[in-house]
Design a protein around this ligand. Structure first.
Ligand SMILES: *[C@@H]1O[C@H](CO)[C@@H](O)[C@H](O)[C@H]1NC(C)=O
Ligand SMILES: *[C@@H]1O[C@H](CO)[C@@H](O)[C@H](O)[C@H]1NC(C)=O
Length: 476
């Protein structure tokens, strides 16, 4: 009894200390004086608060004071204006799918805006995409920033159209990837997703609702694209579309030599015109390490033993992942086109593997990995991920560092530290020098894309401090 009493007294003391500290720290309590129409949408129940206190990275925990559930764009505007009216404004963080890896979608003691709640009011659906044509006849889609890319894909495919540039993982929000860069294997031809946007609606830091584009309010437009959420809340994006292919030839080429691998990647991305018919439609690359169990699910059962032997023999196998889109009109010559594309490439002879899948199955390829990882309890775990860009001229050095780590049996720690994982790069000032930001959102590894205006290329490296799946890691 006595000890129980002592314990509860200690708890009360702790609790009191906590309150005093919180009050002294900032003024979140002023949020309790929010105007009634805002107050109704400010949620404080513990379950909602705890949902908003973590992101995909599972590394940072920040507790918001409240979660805001907007049902219109003006709700977001009013929230920002209310914050600005206080002596000490509170922090506001928009949250889409929260695929940030270091707390970027959180607001410690501030307000997290649950952007997903906007779904309900857009004609009541998650997949509302208006497809119209501008003066030049080029199609585009108007998309709520809270929409996720898989839904955008479905809605545009119904009209035989598709966005041109992608992210590897499609269950991310449009506002989320456009606040970063949106990078995948199409980037070398179309640029990142942020280079395929005609117009945005943004709620600014003053709470104004502003439409911006390259021609009007361009500073805001280029600030917000890739702006890591620091220049306003994106609420709508007008996204460039093109005709959708129906099927893809999906290739893996295996290399035992880094120079041959990276040389061939550079060659493949040298056909990079938007309308270049001989070009690949997607190029990425990754590594397979001699650390069983290998993920060989892409390959035919009968080839798996010889792939395993190859990996055992060389320790590291480099893989170019290459895709060529087609449809009924190109059905007759697609095999020939693929042959032309891989002619002269220096992969290990006979180690070229091909799958033929639908366009959607290919774009949504990470989802099946997700389902597998979820079933093994490996999805909601810490993701100490680093994405960085390495100039093509230095990529070989990088391979040597990695190789050293692997061959010495060292743990797969981040070999170069993590200087770029959270710091935004210098801001681009115009569309012509838009460079992808070090992604905090991108899910899967590498891509090589030409940096506009220079003759060098960059490789995006995705590095996992702890490997996600045994036996595979990411380098391109
Ligand atoms: C945001 O809203 C969606 C849709 O209602 C819900 O599924 C999700 O859990 C909410 N997230 C947070 C952090 O409240
Ligand atoms: C393509 O051809 C297949 C088989 O001939 C047919 O079922 C399909 O409807 C065609 N698709 C289009 C878009 O024409």
């Amino acid at each position: 009894m006595a000890s129980y009493f002592r314990l509860s007294k200690a708890l009360i003391l702790l609790w009191l200390t906590y309150i005093v500290l919180t009050q002294a720290q900032s003024e979140p309590w002023s949020l309790l004086k929010a105007p009634k129409e805002l107050a109704l949408k400010l949620i404080r129940d513990p379950v909602t608060l705890s949902l908003a206190s973590i992101d995909y990275g599972h590394i940072v925990h920040d507790n918001p004071f409240e979660v805001f559930e907007p049902s219109s764009i003006s709700d977001i505007s009013n929230l920002i204006k209310f914050s600005n009216s206080l002596a000490i404004p509170f922090t506001i963080a928009p949250r889409g799918q929260a695929h940030s890896v270091h707390g970027q979608a959180m607001a410690d003691d501030g307000v997290v805006v649950n952007m997903t709640k906007l779904n309900g009011f857009r004609n009541g659906g998650r997949t509302v995409v208006a497809i119209v044509s501008d003066g030049t006849g080029a199609p585009y889609a108007d998309v709520g920033a809270e929409q996720i890319w898989i839904d955008v894909l479905h809605a545009t495919l119904e009209r035989g159209l598709t966005p041109l540039s992608w992210t590897d993982y499609l269950f991310l929000s449009v506002g989320g990837t456009l606040s970063n860069a949106g990078i995948s294997g199409q980037t070398f031809r179309f640029g990142p997703q942020i280079s395929n946007v005609h117009e945005l609606d943004v709620v600014t830091g003053k709470g104004d609702i502003v439409t911006c584009s390259a021609k009007s309010n361009s500073e805001l437009f280029y600030g917000v694209l890739g702006g890591l959420g620091q220049f306003g809340v994106i609420t709508r994006a007008r996204i460039a579309l093109g005709p959708a292919p129906t099927r893809v030839k999906w290739l893996h080429l295996l290399y035992n030599n880094f120079a041959a691998f990276s040389g061939d990647q550079e060659y493949l991305i040298s056909f990079n015109g938007r309308s270049e018919t001989n070009a690949a439609d997607y190029v990425e690359g990754f590594l397979m390490l001699n650390q069983p169990p290998l993920d060989l699910s892409f390959y035919p059962e009968s080839d798996r033993p010889r792939i395993t032997s190859l990996v055992t023999q060389y320790g590291i196998i480099y893989i170019i992942e290459l895709v060529k889109y087609y449809d009924n009109s190109s059905l007759e010559h697609i095999d020939e086109d693929v042959q032309l594309l891989v002619q002269g490439l220096k992969f290990v002879p006979t180690f070229m593997f091909e799958k033929d899948v639908s366009y959607e199955e290919f774009l949504n390829r990470v989802h099946s990995d997700e389902l597998t990882l979820r079933s093994q309890g490996l999805w909601e775990v810490p993701h100490p991920w680093l994405n960085l860009f390495v100039p093509g001229s230095r990529i070989t050095d990088f391979d040597e560092v990695l190789g050293y780590q692997y061959y010495t049996g060292g743990r797969r720690e981040m070999p170069l530290g993590s200087p770029t994982s959270t710091d935004p790069s210098p801001r681009p000032s115009s569309s012509s020098d838009l460079q992808p930001q070090p992604g905090t959102i991108s899910v899967l590894p590498p891509v090589i894309f030409p940096q506009r205006g220079t003759h060098d290329t960059s490789s995006r490296l995705g590095i996992l401090a702890e490997p996600r799946t045994p036996g595979t890691t990411s380098l391109g």
